[in-house]
Write a protein that binds this ligand. Structure first.
Ligand SMILES: *Cc1c(COP(=O)(O)O)cnc(C)c1O
Length: 397
């Protein structure tokens, strides 16, 4: 969803999945148990870890964060003409979940410091048709949930946290995904904890639990049947096939067991980039990520902001020439072809337009060595100092 995804054949790739421990052993175990469809031992194991670690009432494992977002949109009973407020600076799935119900994504601008939905720009987008707000926790740093929940309460809206990037990150001590009425996680191979393709729906408001189980299981009440609450299961609602396979959950279980170790290594790499790039920041050549005091990040993304998009593009090609992959995102959704078709492009989002054109993500994965990070930083230093473009004094302050 950006451009410049230069994954193949880079000496330092952008991201790289990692075997944390017992993933393959657990897959073998799942096969031995004789049940590799969904909702067996490992599916329950993954839900249990997430529920207890993050203090979430009900976690339903799904096939992807995209599926979880679709379920969340269905749980809000969205219909044609309804509206949902979200950032334009996000992955396509946030908006697609809403658009496919016939409802309209209404984009609001982001904060210049965290690149998260600007809580002060939300209320002006509310109309009588607004049903929900979808904050996205960009880079694993929490959006301003207190303010967002307060707005939602006053206007009786549902809050769906797109916490795809926010697994094991916290806002004022609370796990991202556990704060809104609904929250969604991703375990896609580019995220912090992975199983190839996978996700979860966090149900924090019990009024949604029963229906969420039905939507996830092809519109049937099979979960009730499993619990012995009904003596046969049948078709009771809409739904689809959102239950992940035990094979996938067995792999994920091995990752979730090592969750804190994986995060610790990522945080270390994040801090290392920050130290290496601080001199360039101090000299006005780039900006580095900001994490508010009250947010505990999971170090999902390390990005830099360059003074202009030509410098960003030039830096990206220079790094590529040296075998270093870097990527940018997002093409803001309001300026995408689908955004135009849905009539979501007739708004001004100056911060989104500006920052998305100047952002570059650096390689970040478990096995990235300090030496490789030093090399990345040296290439950046070389290029930017030679080019000589700095931030305006006004912008840098
Ligand atoms: C990765 C991501 C998604 C989609 O996750 P999948 O598990 O690949 O469906 C959705 N929203 C955001 C913000 C993401 O970063």
């Amino acid at each position: 969803m950006g451009a410049g995804d230069a994954r193949p054949k880079m000496r330092i790739p952008f991201s790289k999945p990692y075997i944390a421990g017992k993933e393959l052993y657990y897959i073998a175990q799942a096969v031995t148990y004789g049940n590799i469809a969904g909702d067996g031992h490992f599916t329950r194991g993954c839900s249990n870890i997430l529920e207890s670690r993050f203090d979430i009432d009900k976690v339903l494992m799904t096939t992807s964060c995209t599926s979880s977002l679709e379920m969340a949109a269905m749980l809000c009973d969205l219909e044609a003409g309804d509206e949902v407020i979200m950032p334009s600076f996000t992955f396509v799935s946030t908006a697609n979940a809403v658009a496919r119900t016939g409802a309209k994504p209404v984009f609001a601008d982001i904060r210049p410091d965290t690149l998260n939905l600007d809580e002060n720009k939300v209320e002006e987008r509310i109309s009588p048709r607004t049903k929900a707000i979808m904050p996205v926790h960009y880079a694993g740093v929490g959006a301003e949930m207190d303010a967002i929940m307060d707005i939602a309460e006053r206007h009786r809206l549902v809050v769906i946290e797109d916490a795809a990037q926010g697994v094991n990150a916290r806002y004022k001590g609370r796990a991202l995904g556990s704060i809104g009425h609904l929250g969604t996680y991703s375990f896609h191979e580019t995220k912090n904890y992975v199983c190839g393709e996978g996700g979860a729906l966090c149900v924090n408001d019990p009024r949604f639990t029963e229906r969420a189980e039905i939507l996830r299981d092809k519109g049937t009440n099979r979960q009730k049947f499993f619990r012995g609450e009904v003596d046969k299961y049948t078709w009771v609602d809409n739904g689809s096939s959102y239950v992940p396979s035990e094979v996938v959950c067995a792999f994920l279980y091995g990752q979730l067991e090592e969750m804190d170790e994986l995060t610790q290594v990522r945080r270390k790499s994040f801090g290392h980039y920050r130290n290496l790039l601080t001199p360039l920041r101090d000299d006005g050549f780039l900006q580095i990520p900001f994490v508010p005091e009250h947010c505990e990040s999971n170090a999902h993304i390390f990005y830099v902001l360059l003074p202009d998009s030509d410098t960003r593009d030039g830096l990206m090609s220079t790094l590529r020439e040296h075998g270093i992959a870097s990527v940018f995102h997002y093409i803001p959704l309001h300026s995408s072809p689908m955004g135009a078709e849905l009539g979501c492009n007739d708004i001004e989002l100056p911060v989104t337009d500006d920052l998305s054109g100047r952002l570059l993500r650096l390689p970040l994965y478990y096995e990235l060595s300090e030496e490789q990070q030093r090399e990345v930083a040296e290439r950046i230093d070389d290029y930017l100092r030679k080019r000589g473009r700095r931030f305006d004094v006004a912008r840098a302050s």
